[in-house]
Write a protein that binds this ligand. Structure first.
Ligand code: GLP
Length: 256
């Protein structure tokens, strides 16, 4: 594993793992350190392909009693609007399958935006209130979309945005087409935590894997801070760790 602070003032630290196991282990260690510092930590959690190995590793460490989630509170970053919670492609189904059913977390302390709320605006405001009520997010783990989105904050999203309903872009719908059996079946809307909400987290870990992410990772980490690349805003946060594999790091200057 190579670890280099990026070559700019206050730029994120970048960790490049040499294998999927090393990546999952290194992210799990970040979570473990957080839970050791505060057993009742508040975590923001992503979905997607990228964290699957990380969740498997956290599940293993929990099973082997190396870490416990008993007191942990979690807030998922996003959820589709209008899917039953048990829909195979809902983020709730994903989280149960990959993490929550394998760890000792109290499901009463798990929060996922309710995309079926009768009043979605109220649901978004309530989500913000719940995050504030537990003292804010200690550690946000976020992925990055091919278009630079974090959670479902698509290009053009203001950096001070809060939890809200958004319309999915074609790029994001295409990324989920397979799970829904075609792009036409992907919901038009989702609830996402805002960029402003994520930025208030005390610590942020950005994850990316694979060559498909190399270009957008370089733009996000080494390019200008711009709403065209939502993840680029992370350059302005004082405590960000970027965890990549070699393929995702390939376009970074610091990797050369
Ligand atoms: C999804 C989610 C994001 C996720 C991103 C990358 O649509 N809304 O939270 O980080 O896209 O997903 P993947 O890890 O599958 O590339």
């Amino acid at each position: 594993m190579t670890e280099k602070p990026a070559d700019r003032r206050s730029a994120p630290t970048v960790v490049v793992a040499q294998s999927p196991d090393e990546f999952a282990g290194a992210v799990a260690v970040q979570v473990k350190r957080q839970l050791h510092a505060r057993s009742s930590s508040v975590l923001a959690l992503p979905t997607g392909q990228t964290p699957i190995g990380v969740y498997a590793e956290l599940s293993r460490r929990c099973r082997e009693e190396e870490i416990s989630f008993v007191d942990v509170r979690t807030f998922n970053l996003d959820e589709f609007v209008g899917l039953p919670a048990d829909h195979p492609a809902s983020f709730e189904t994903y989280m149960m399958a990959h993490l929550f059913s394998h760890i000792d977390i109290d499901l009463a302390k798990v929060h996922i935006p309710n995309g079926n709320a009768a009043n979605l605006e109220q649901e978004c405001r309530a989500y913000e209130r719940e995050i504030a009520a537990v003292g804010g997010i200690d550690l946000a783990i976020v992925g990055i979309g091919a278009n630079g989105h974090i959670a479902f904050n698509e290009p053009g999203t203001p950096f001070d945005s809060r939890t809200r309903v958004i319309e999915l872009t074609t790029s994001s719908k295409a990324a989920h087409a397979a799970e829904f059996g075609g792009i036409d079946q992907v919901p038009e809307l989702a609830i996402t935590m805002g960029i402003g909400t994520i930025l208030q987290s005390r610590r942020i870990v950005l994850l990316a894997l694979g060559a498909d992410k190399a270009e957008i990772v370089a733009r996000a980490i080494e390019g200008p801070v711009t709403t065209d690349v939502p993840a680029s805003v992370l350059q302005t946060h004082p405590n960000v760790l970027v965890m990549l594999d070699r393929a995702a790091a390939a376009n970074l200057h610091i990797a050369q």
